[in-house]
Design a protein around this ligand. Sequence first.
Ligand code: ZN
Length: 133
Amino acid sequence: MLMYQKELQQLMEVNKMANFSKVSVKEDARTELHDQLGLTGAEVSVNNLPAGAGVPFVHSHKKNEEIYMILSGKGKAVIDGETVDLKAGDWVRISPAAKRQFSAAEDSPISYVCIQVRENSLEEYTAGDAVIG
Ligand code: ZN
């Protein structure tokens, strides 16, 4: 394990010099990319819940909105008491204060990405922030 962490650190140092970072995500229950990729403006997690399983707590946020992308499977989110069915291809944006809890369907696992970003922080994007060439 120590060896792995040292290799990962060396890899990240090399990648920082190269102006990018890359990791491969295994099918762990949850992988947080903030530290692994050296993210500076967002946290991105990759989540896998087996059939019948759910995140065991309700949560909200102080400042960050969350964008969820369902990669595969089926499940639901209960957001401020409202049940939202989820399937592959669905995207959901949730305001910071909303109370949320995610779970897989009884007969299907679910895999999803959660992107946390500070609400109202985006100033320019796509063409407004791009430099061509
Ligand atoms: Zn959250």
